[in-house]
Design a protein. Structure first.
Length: 477
């Protein structure tokens, strides 16, 4: 995560800065970073685990509370507590603005998402003992440009500079592939069954190039739907009047949370039998599997469609990477491995993998990992990319290319007496090519030469930094 950059104004080298990776999930959010051993790690600062429930509560004074404590208040103070904010964020638009009343005040989904981001930032800063201003945030692959922009805006509201928006499935593939031999080509299926959404992506990885061959699942069911199915089952079994349950917000939340508890318990036991208020909540594993069979079949159908879109047979998949808390359900694991005809990869925690990938992406942004080429997912790119967004991409590439060309030119001038002739001539050669590409408005070449220039200059920038550090240490001795 350490980025060594040249300060344009002074020609000096700036100290490392932190870029964190954030999985802003519907059910849970996480923040990760790269540790000194270069391994991605999710922050577990409070001793309550790595997952921060994406739940926000406001007290009478309007002070927000985010995470586990807020989740507990879903039952005791439901009218001041909100969950599944990401659904609202994706549902609201300029035409249909969403405002949520909590207590006396109204909040937009953007403001509520910002509260979650602020909490993640706070945890990261506390754990790392350093300011965290820059982040990479993941979003579902089906998010459109407006939803991606809204996520960036939420980051800005939280005082964060969102350097990149990355698809959750791509982040997972990045985490999966780190540490593997890049020369070995892999085609993987990322099966992401979370609380708020399902998504499957077929991704090919070769020599650090990630290509999303297909992505599917937006309309498939998700973990919350499983909880709802259990809740419906209990209402029917106990002959409960749905209208009166729905009008009792606190009881409804209690039953919902019980349903989730039952679902999780049945991942490791055969019977769940507990009470919520006066209501018996009983569920056995077999009934549970019957309840979810249709939903799981829909996700398998989405996998079939993704393979068709990628024009690949199921045998072409080298590895199935499981993402999302719902993949802990044994029935789901079994159905997925039957369809793909192989055991899913279990190496990385399915609830942490997206955040870990975001941290690796952050490390790439910081210039610490080379030879990785991810698709541009800040905007949703499809085959009908408009000329307006093509122009945006060119503008962005130009701004970055021009700035770096200027910086690098200044830098070699300023340090010409300490740099080797190879450093200087090599930099000049790439600079010439970059300036030519800038004159021709060639987005792809500008981008690749900007990267090349960055990579070429980094070793001697790093060398100079260590010299400067040694010199200043000597001075203070
Ligand atoms: P999101 O990406 O939507 O934030 P997560 O990946 O955090 O979702 O997964 C949360 C979902 O996983 C919730 O619906 C939760 O109930 C479910 N889940 C977590 N652990 C288990 C488990 N052991 N068995 C079944 N479902 C689980
Ligand atoms: Mg998720």
């Amino acid at each position: 995560m350490a980025k060594i950059s040249i300060n344009l104004a002074t020609g000096t080298l700036q100290q490392p800065e932190i870029i964190a990776g954030i999985d802003l999930g519907t059910s849970n959010s996480l923040v990760a970073f790269i540790d000194p051993d270069k391994q991605p790690r999710v922050i577990n600062d409070t001793g309550k685990g790595t997952l921060v429930p994406s739940v926000v509560h406001f007290n009478d004074a309007g002070i927000p509370l985010v995470g586990n404590e807020a989740r507990e208040l879903l039952i005791r103070d439901p009218s001041n507590t909100i969950c599944s904010i990401k659904r609202l964020l994706s549902a609201s638009s300029d035409d249909v603005p969403v405002k949520i009343q909590l207590g006396e005040k109204y909040y937009t989904p953007l403001e509520l998402s910002a509260e979650i981001l602020k909490e993640l930032r706070k945890r990261a800063e506390h754990a790392l003992k350093t300011p965290v201003n820059k982040v990479v945030i993941t979003v579902p692959a089906y998010f459109n440009d407006r939803q991606r922009q809204a996520t960036k805006e939420a980051g800005r509201l939280a005082g964060l500079d969102v350097l990149k928006i990355l698809n959750e499935t791509t982040a997972a593939s990045l985490a999966y592939s780190s540490g593997l031999d890049p020369a070995v080509k892999k085609t993987i299926a990322v099966y992401d069954f979370g609380g708020g959404a399902f998504n499957v992506a077929i991704i090919s990885i070769h020599n650090g190039v990630f290509e999303v061959l297909a992505s599917n699942g937006n309309t498939a069911p998700c973990g919350d739907d499983i909880d709802q199915a259990i809740l419906n089952y209990w209402m029917e079994n106990n002959k409960l009047d749905s209208a009166s349950i729905i009008s009792d917000k606190s009881l409804l939340q209690q039953l919902r949370l019980k349903a989730e508890e039952a679902k999780k318990a049945l991942s490791s036991q055969n019977l769940f039998n507990e009470k919520a208020g006066d209501i018996w909540c009983t569920l056995d594993k077999q009934t549970f599997e019957t309840l979810i069979a249709g939903m799981v079949a829909e996700t398998i159908n989405a996998c079939k469609q993704a393979l068709q879109e990628a024009k690949l047979p199921v045998t072409a998949i080298d590895e199935v990477v499981m993402v999302g808390g719902s993949t802990r359900i044994p029935y789901i694991k079994a159905e997925v491995s039957e369809f793909f005809r192989k055991q899913p990869n279990k190496q990385i925690d399915p609830e942490e993998i997206v955040a870990l990938g975001a941290a690796i992406q952050a490390d790439i942004m910081a210039g610490n990992r080379y030879h990785i080429n991810l698709p541009d997912e800040d905007v949703q790119v499809d085959n009908t990319t408009s000329s307006a967004s093509a122009q945006n991409l060119l503008d962005e590439a130009r701004a970055e290319g021009e700035q770096l060309a200027y910086l690098a030119g200044q830098f070699i001038e300023r340090h010409r007496f300490v740099l080797t002739s190879m450093d200087i001539s090599g930099t000049r050669a790439i600079l010439d090519k970059l300036r030519a590409a800038l004159a021709q408005d060639d987005t792809a070449t500008i981008r690749s030469l900007t990267t090349e220039l960055n990579e070429f200059t980094r070793p001697f920038a790093a060398r100079l930094l260590s010299t400067t550090a040694t010199a200043s240490n000597k001075k203070t001795e």
